[in-house]
Design a protein around this ligand. Structure first.
Ligand SMILES: O=C(O)c1ccccc1NCC(=O)[C@H](O)[C@H](O)COP(=O)(O)O
Length: 210
């Protein structure tokens, strides 16, 4: 299963988290976030981590040119669209960044919202389901209603996000079978400062299922 740890800001934490078992690291490219990092900061981390780790930039309602520039300057392998990007926008990004993984994050309020997923599957590589929060776009620590997702089986891979922690991950995975998981505030001391003990505990819990 893919494990993405999001909101990375520090090179040493990134290498430690990769060694613990993360398959993807996420970098917040949304200037209003307390986890925001510049392309230069991303590059400083990316050069320290192995090639087989996915490096995902998280954007919200950014312009295509800005995304392209940060992908290039930061050395990213994937783009996560976490705002209100339309299917058409996803299609354009897909055309412009052919070798880059495109993930569309959907902030799920209700079952109706979940139906949006079907529209996006033809334009992106991966879906990410996150919890809805009225004031914040992501990294909120709010959980989804996992039982509501039991019948969610899109035709492309998907990641479960939203308030996942070492304490609740096994319960979440008892309800849903995503292709991967995404965690941020649940493995943090404070925004952008990851708690390596919690990350280690997460991987212990995941191994206990094998
Ligand atoms: O994390 C942020 O600060 C953020 C800001 C703006 C847009 C997206 C953001 N995070 C996106 C993520 O992929 C988080 O990992 C995801 O929302 C889950 O966060 P959490 O509930 O804290 O595990």
């Amino acid at each position: 299963m893919r494990v993405k740890i999001c909101g990375i800001t520090q090179p040493q934490q990134a290498t430690a988290i990769a060694s613990l078992g993360a398959t993807a690291l996420g970098f917040i490219c949304v200037p209003t976030s307390p986890r925001y990092v510049t392309a230069t900061q991303i590059r400083a981390v990316v050069t320290q981590i192995p090639d087989n780790i996915d490096k995902i930039g998280v954007f919200a309602n950014a312009h295509i040119q800005e995304i392209q520039q940060i992908v290039q300057d930061g050395g990213l392998t994937g783009v996560q669209l976490h705002g209100d990007e339309s299917p058409e926008f996803c299609y354009q990004i897909r055309q412009n960044l052919s070798k880059v993984e495109i993930l569309k994050a959907l902030r799920i309020r209700s079952l109706d919202h979940l139906e949006q997923a079907a529209i996006y599957v033809q334009y992106v590589d991966t879906l990410l389901l996150d919890a809805y929060h009225p004031q914040q776009l992501g990294g909120t620590g709010q959980t989804l209603d996992w039982a509501m997702l039991e019948k969610f089986h899109p035709s492309i891979p998907w990641l479960l996000a939203g308030g996942l922690t070492p304490a609740n991950i096994l319960e979440a995975l008892s309800h849903v079978k995503p292709d991967g998981i995404d965690l941020s505030s649940g493995v943090e001391i404070q925004p952008g400062n990851k708690d390596l003990n919690k990350v280690a505990e997460l991987f212990q819990k995941l191994r206990s299922r094998e």
